[in-house]
Design a protein around this ligand. Structure first.
Ligand SMILES: *Cc1c(COP(=O)(O)O)cnc(C)c1O
Length: 231
């Protein structure tokens, strides 16, 4: 087994243990391998052990890799900041977009999603820590955007995503994830259908699992340290 497959196996067992500790079913927790800045070779290495979900932050890089890898069952998760001039490529290539943060982006993706593809699976990105440097909408605006997306036939609203303030303090990590969980439960009580909490990365996914994450996005702990950021 190659190193990347070994690391995926390790992450899966850590997810399993964190889920057990939280009395959750680990089978409901999906792992997205964040391959940004890594070559198609790294993706092929993960595919060789059956891993099919990959996360990318940069549109051109995602599309180039999708062309290169050409695996029919692969699922591309776009997790980066999305500019309106790049939505078409995302609508044509991605299976998921985790970073919807304004109605105009949702409208473009809905209009541009090709009819021969399934609806695009989307999450609303929430700025849970309120830092001005982070993208995402404020929790207070989430319900309005959720209703806008729900009315769009080519998008399927799945849930919420967050990228909290980076911290090694478990209390801080838990608090951010718990806030996203509460926001999601509040929206569900208002009748908005959501089944996904996209939260947790290499340094904090165990805290995220204990707070209810069912989709975690892990890059460094699978592919190694990113050397050069692209774009
Ligand atoms: C880069 C990135 C990740 C993965 O981060 P690691 O710390 O490398 O695991 C997850 N989510 C988003 C939105 C990212 O940009």
């Amino acid at each position: 087994m190659n190193d990347i497959c070994e690391r995926i196996k390790t992450i899966r067992s850590r997810i399993y243990n964190a889920a057990q500790a939280a009395e959750r079913d680990s089978g409901s927790i999906e792992l997205v391998a964040v391959s940004k800045t890594f070559p198609a070779e790294s993706i092929r290495a993960a595919l060789s052990c059956g891993h099919l979900d990959f996360g990318e932050n940069y549109v051109d890089e995602m599309c180039a890799k999708a062309d290169d890898v050409r695996e029919p069952d692969i699922k591309w998760h776009f997790i980066g900041h999305l500019q309106s001039n790049k939505t078409r490529k995302v609508a044509e290539t991605a299976h998921w977009v985790h970073s919807i943060d304004r109605p105009s982006i949702a409208e473009r993706l809905n209009r541009q999603r090709p009819m021969d593809l399934a609806p695009l699976q989307v999450c609303i990105q929430i700025n849970i820590s309120g830092e001005s440097s982070k993208s995402g909408i404020s929790p207070a605006d989430a319900a309005t955007l959720a209703r806008v997306i729900t009315s769009m036939p080519r998008l399927q609203l799945r849930g919420l995503m967050t990228l909290p303030v980076a911290s090694n303090d478990p209390d801080v990590q838990h608090a951010s994830f718990a806030r996203l969980y509460c926001l999601s439960e509040g929206l569900k009580r208002q009748g908005i259908k959501l089944d996904t909490l996209s939260m947790g990365m290499s340094n904090d996914f165990e805290a995220a699992v204990s707070e209810g994450a069912n989709l975690i996005r892990v890059g460094t702990a699978i592919f190694g340290t990113r050397i050069q950021p692209t774009s």
